[in-house]
Design a protein around this ligand. Structure first.
Ligand code: BG6
Length: 513
């Protein structure tokens, strides 16, 4: 929602709420989390599972089993309870809490220990008998990427990956899925040698966000937007994923990743596919994934001249002095890793030919905001040209705010009351919080539920991941060859000037956020 607008018109908060979908409760099952001692399990996964429990969306016969190297059997369940309480929306007296925590179990093994995996298999089978979980397993790999293939292959070797009779086995894999096209292909081949594609759930937590899913509802659940959602009416599209935080102590991870591998290749490309895809013929996984894949495959190779990258130096964020990237803990003082990346791409298909898409993602930017901005073409005749404060005709803009202040704004010109015809830009706003109340959902609820139900619609699939890597790998390789004079933007700014140049050389500019 651009800050430049002068007036606000709020969409009534009395938005009619659609009747809830019939409840979808999964089969009895165990969620088995590898890497359970890590932060993700406590901060995101257990709070998400508990929110499902609160909404009666978990099966009655259910267990969570944490798996990691250290022996944490005595502390794991209380520690997870602490995570659930900190996750919000629950207090200690909640009657559902204790029965849920009683079903949190722990099993210690090294990930390369065959004897450990054999014992894990018997442990899970015993739990089936004790808790009625019927052999259904959702494995969750919350581990470093180098363990993905090994763990899956070892599960296969010990007979834990087969769907048998009525029992199912599914595996959720965290990002990053590969670090370039070759590694993504190899990882796909390794895991597909053990699992069927319909057992593999490659998670991208952006697809769990309500506001990302709402892009499809906005486009395909309404009649008025889709007719103008194309090159005839749209001038350009911007997608920004800006964070004001730095790398938060994750030096070694971020040194290898950078903004492109961390956010642009996955989260931003997923959002782009929802903005640009054709209407699928149903909301079934295969139909949605097929349309997303067509978008990624229709993107022209991106010349390196249409990219820019940056790395933050010291600066100020929210009035506080912050250090530069190269001064962060466990970061090479001469690091060439980009903490900001932007690019311009085109989708060569009937709908989008000639419409530039500008994407950017970065750390330590001026503020945290993820937004899709659709900028429309100007009207054919500038009837009111002399009647705006700066003599310019402003385009109509639809801004879809993914986070924070989730919502959608439509910007248009309105007549300023008075005896002359002066035009000023106003915003028509829809706010999620106003219309539906504040949600404590963290995105993982929906995705965990869908995986337990076997619905892969909101997960990445193998070919899609390879298609996005095919676009980014040449850029990363070209960047590697050309050193950069980093740092080139101050923490707390909007990134390097080169990112603005991508638009300015075409007479455009990033919309203010
Ligand atoms: C993660 C990245 O995938 O997404 C992080 O590894 C990033 O670096 C995070 O901060 C952003 O997620 P969100 O939900 O806060 O926008």
């Amino acid at each position: 929602m651009p800050a430049s607008t002068k007036e606000e018109v709020n969409v009534s908060p009395n938005v009619a709420v659609a009747p809830p979908q019939p409840e979808r409760v999964p089969d009895p099952c165990q969620v088995v989390i590898f890497g359970a001692s890590g932060d993700l399990t406590k901060r995101k996964l257990l709070p998400a599972l508990y929110h499902l429990q609160q909404s009666n969306l978990l099966p009655q016969d259910f267990a969570v089993v944490g798996v990691a190297r250290r022996d944490l059997s005595a502390t794991f369940a209380p520690d997870m309870q602490d995570g659930i309480l900190k996750g919000g929306g629950v207090d200690n007296n909640d009657p559902k809490l204790k029965p849920f925590v009683d079903r949190i179990k722990y099993f210690a093994t090294n990930f390369d220990d065959d004897a450990g995996f054999e014992k894990l298999k018997s442990y899970l089978a015993d739990l089936d008998k004790e808790l009625g979980t019927r052999g259904n397993r959702l494995f969750y790999l919350a581990v470093a990427p180098e363990f993905f293939a090994d763990i899956i292959q070892r599960l296969g070797k010990h007979g834990m990956t087969q769907n048998t009779g009525d029992s199912w086995v599914r595996v959720i894999i965290e990002k990053p899925f590969g670090t370039d096209l070759d590694s993504a292909r190899k990882l796909n081949a390794d895991i597909q040698s053990v699992l069927g594609e319909n057992q593999i759930f490659r998670i991208d937590h952006y697809l769990g966000k309500e506001t990302v899913q709402n892009i499809l509802v906005f486009r395909f659940g309404n009649g008025i937007f889709e007719p103008i959602w194309n090159r005839n009416y749209i001038d350009h599209v911007e997608i920004t994923a800006a964070e004001s935080i730095g790398i938060e102590g994750r030096g070694p991870f971020y040194e290898a990743a950078g903004a492109t591998r961390d956010v642009l290749q996955n989260h931003v490309m997923e959002v782009l596919s929802f903005v640009a895809m054709e209407p699928p013929d149903s909301f079934a996984a295969d139909a949605v994934r097929a349309e997303k894949l067509k978008v990624w495959r229709a993107i022209e190779p991106i010349p390196v001249e249409n990219t820019s990258r940056g790395q933050y130096g010291p600066g100020q964020v929210d009035g506080q002095d912050v250090i530069g990237y190269r001064q962060e803990d466990r970061v090479n003082p001469e690091s060439q890793t980009e903490t900001f990346a932007a690019l311009r791409l085109e989708i060569e298909n009937w709908r989008w030919a000639g419409v530039p898409f500008y994407l950017r993602a970065g750390k330590r930017l001026a503020k945290r905001v993820t937004e899709v901005t659709i900028v429309f073409k100007n009207p054919p005749l500038h009837l009111f040209k002399g009647n705006t404060s700066d003599d310019k005709v402003e385009p109509n803009v639809i801004s879809m705010r993914i986070q924070p202040d989730e919502g959608i704004a439509l910007r248009f010109g309105a007549k300023v009351p008075g005896p002359t015809t002066n035009v000023r830009q106003v915003n028509m706003n829809f706010s999620y919080a106003q219309a539906f109340g504040k949600s404590s959902a963290n995105g993982y609820e929906r995705l965990l539920l869908d995986a337990m139900l076997g619905d892969g619609t909101l997960f990445a699939e193998g070919e899609g991941v390879e298609a996005t890597w095919a676009l980014f790998t040449p850029i990363l390789e070209a960047w590697k060859k050309q050193g950069m004079n980093f740092p080139n933007y101050a923490a707390g700014s909007w990134g390097p000037q080169a990112s603005c140049d991508l638009l300015e050389r075409e007479g455009r500019q990033w919309s203010s956020l």
